[in-house]
Design a binder for this molecule. Structure first.
Ligand code: F6R
Length: 245
């Protein structure tokens, strides 16, 4: 794992965007794995700015999102489809038909998981996967205890994750308790992974990722088994490392 240290959230976002843009320019048909949440918002804003200013094109790019809440339709403003449309897709020239997000409204949710996994296989997998990390080490919605062999599956969200995500909802009762997520083995099949970490509240998780053992109790630790992971972390998240190193 390579760690790029940056000053703050803004610099993390700029550095991540530059990294992604370079890959898109090198390979206009790149398959990108995308994350939602607070962490990548600044990165997506930089991608939009660059698209407007420099015309970087996403017409041939295919995207696969990590996860989606069960029970929220794409036009629900808390769904991850809505997030992606409004934080990125609507403002770049991407072909909507090439943006893939599991459907949390599918009649047969298990079938939807199988279909998503098959779709990834059919596209020969993701070239560059963008990840955030949960304070409990989750990646995607793979909560502690998830098998490293897991494929796209239905999850019960941990109460800490529900609480963390409640900030986007009017009431904590409105936060869905289930989601569909790419599995850990699905994520690990990506050719390259870019993990973004910002803020003191992620310091503990970053410390455990870098210094802890590889174990299913801390899902992100599996990234140490991947040959090509780059972490872009800001000083606030890294501060914890310094205390111990
Ligand atoms: C989002 C996702 C999650 C988030 C993680 C961090 O699609 O899969 O794993 O990356 O919960 O969320 P933020 O960035 O809001 O701290």
């Amino acid at each position: 794992m390579k760690i790029i240290e940056v000053n703050d959230y803004q610099q993390m976002s700029t550095t991540a965007a530059e990294y992604i843009i370079e890959k898109v320019v090198q390979n206009p048909s790149i398959k990108l794995g995308l994350a939602t949440g607070s962490t990548p918002i600044g990165t997506y804003q930089r991608l939009i700015e660059d698209h407007r200013k420099n015309g970087t094109s996403y017409q041939k790019v295919t995207t696969f999102n990590l996860d989606e809440y069960i029970g929220l339709a794409g036009d629900n403003q808390n769904s991850y489809r809505y997030f992606m449309d409004h934080q990125l897709f609507n403002y770049i020239d991407i072909n909507n038909a090439k943006t893939n997000i599991p459907s949390g409204m599918a009649a047969d949710l298990q079938e939807e998981c199988n279909h998503y996994e098959d779709l990834l296989t059919k596209h020969s997998g993701i070239d560059l996967q963008i990840l955030g990390i949960g304070s409990n080490g989750h990646i995607g919605f793979n909560e502690p205890g998830t098998s490293f062999a897991s494929k796209t599956h239905i999850v019960e969200l941990a109460s800490s994750t529900i609480q963390a995500n409640a900030r986007f909802f009017n009431r904590i009762e409105d936060v869905p308790t289930q989601a569909i997520t790419m599995g850990i083995s699905t994520i690990l099949k990506s050719k390259e992974i870019l993990l973004l970490v910002s803020g003191e509240e992620k310091g503990e998780a970053l410390f455990r990722l870098v210094n802890g053992e590889i174990h299913e109790s801390f899902p992100a630790s599996v990234l140490k088994n991947h040959p090509c992971v780059t972490i872009i972390a800001d000083k606030a998240a890294i501060a914890k490392q310094r205390v111990y190193c």
